[in-house]
Ligand binder design. Structure first.
Ligand SMILES: *Cc1c(COP(=O)(O)O)cnc(C)c1O
Length: 469
């Protein structure tokens, strides 16, 4: 069974064990020492490709050479997202149980496109997503035993694209897609505009935001009225719980009421902040979700599940399945025909799907709900610590509220001072932050959320800010 046809270069079971242990040791050493690397890769364009041969090897190479090149070729071009000095973008957390689950998933090498192509893949995913509904205080009707349901996708961008396609499908009665309108705030993630483009939806209108960077619902209502008057058809509004720039929270309930009144689909993007809802004290931000039609969040950001792992929930699974299912004869089978099982290929664009639920399951079991709550609360506490330090220093000011783990501040010396502070912090090698801007105002984003970040790392960041400002 272990023989690979006529090839004589495959690993024997013993070689696989030996190499596998070496890989595990390598990863353990890496994670143990990740804080000793400069956080951002200093590779210049072409540095890594210069180390690669122009052609594929004709002859098999020993695994030990592959491992040597991991250090020689790969590592100089790696940015260390798992470093405790990682304050850039949002976290893309991993964790040991998640890594091990990925390993097992690759070892099993199954396709979970249909229930019947590996029942465990589907049934574990369904159960774990039901757990998450409870863990995050989401509407119980989204559970698989209600009208709704959840599905793991690759990314929030895919989930939002899927939601937009469904909203287009449900409103397609004689309305050409080029006359359809989707509303987002001017702070919304670019994936929504991209999703509209990919879905062929004619208009993606950016609604202005208020002083807190949250969608102005009066501006939304004015846009809807103007579009209807111009003969266009509003089909969907996408709101955010935690925008990417500043983690602003749109008024979910007010937007939901407008969506209901105007017959629009309401999709909620909580890609980053969704994880915070594991703690009850943040759930007021998602008030009104029971009126939403779909919702997405990324366990692959803050929940210690390594990329890729996104979840999309729909309040009613029927229109999603109607939009996404196409049934060629070779995919027909008894269980599916009887409607007694979920076939996840009908819940998204791809057909094939890997066993991503395993890592979500292993992470939740390894930390427990309490472990994840503890991590979130600690990160938010550390972010509050950063924010009060900034507030006390008269060289800086906060530019937005910090409801979760992200703190945005600027140097009062202006845009140039702000940008050079961001660049100097990143050049230190000890930390990574993200300089960003809204319109003409530059600021530095400090995202506290890497799973191993502690007070000492945050204090070192503040020391560096103090020195380099
Ligand atoms: C990160 C982010 C996304 C995109 O997530 P992907 O999974 O990388 O597609 C979308 N929306 C918001 C608010 C985000 O923060």
């Amino acid at each position: 069974m272990w023989e690979y046809g006529a090839m004589d270069s495959h690993m024997t079971p013993d070689e696989f064990r030996e190499n596998g242990y070496a890989v595990v040791d390598w990863i353990a050493d890496y994670l143990e020492n990740v804080d000793s690397y400069p956080v951002l890769s200093t590779a210049e364009p072409g540095d890594i490709s210069a180390l690669l041969p122009d052609h594929a090897p004709d002859r098999a190479e020993p695994f030990s050479d592959l491992m040597t090149d991991l250090d020689r070729v790969v590592m100089p071009g790696i940015t260390h997202w798992q470093s405790p000095g990682w304050f850039a973008y949002f976290p893309a957390n991993s964790s040991p149980p998640s890594v091990l689950a990925e390993f097992v998933s690759a070892g099993l090498g199954v396709q979970g496109m249909l229930w019947s192509t590996s029942p465990a893949v589907t049934e574990i995913e369904v159960r774990v997503l039901d757990w998450l509904v409870e863990m995050l205080g989401l509407p119980t009707s989204w559970r698989s035993d209600g009208p709704g349901g959840g599905v793991i996708q690759m990314s929030a961008s895919d989930a939002t694209h899927a939601a937009l396609v469904v909203s287009r499908h449900t409103r397609s009665d004689g309305v050409p897609a080029e006359d359809m309108v989707v509303y987002v705030s001017d702070q919304a993630h670019s994936s929504i505009e991209k999703g509209c483009t990919v879905a062929g939806i004619g208009h993606c209108v950016k609604v202005q935001t208020d002083a807190d960077f949250a969608m102005d619902v009066h501006a939304l209502e004015r846009s809807i009225a103007a579009d209807i008057a111009a003969g266009r058809t509003p089909i969907c509004v996408v709101s955010a719980i935690g925008t990417t720039a500043t983690t602003a929270v749109d008024p979910i309930r007010a937007i939901g009421e407008i969506a209901e009144r105007t017959g629009m689909w309401h999709h909620v993007d909580a890609a980053y902040a969704g994880t915070a809802m594991v703690c009850e004290e943040f759930r007021h931000h998602q008030d009104g979700l029971e009126m939403a039609d779909s919702y997405t969040f990324n366990p692959h950001k803050w929940m210690m599940v390594n990329f890729d792992c996104n979840v999309l929930w729909v309040a009613d699974r029927k229109p999603l399945i109607e939009t996404m299912s196409i049934l060629p004869p070779y995919l027909r089978n008894e269980a599916s025909d009887a409607g007694s099982v979920i076939d996840y290929r009908d819940w998204h664009v791809p057909l094939g799907r890997r066993f991503r639920a395993l890592k979500l399951w292993w992470v939740i079991r390894s930390y427990g709900v309490e472990g994840i709550q503890t991590m979130v609360r600690e990160h938010v506490r550390l972010a509050d610590h950063v924010a009060s330090w900034i507030e006390r220093d008269d060289r800086f000011e906060l530019v937005a509220a910090h409801p979760f783990g992200l703190v945005c501040f600027r140097h009062l010396g202006g845009n140039d001072a702000t940008r050079s502070l961001g660049a100097a912090l990143n050049a230190s090698g000890e930390v990574a932050v993200t300089p960003s801007h809204i319109d003409e105002m530059w600021f530095v984003r400090v995202s506290v959320g890497q799973a191993t970040t502690e007070l000492a790392h945050v204090d070192r960041l503040l020391e560096l800010i103090d020195e380099l400002a």
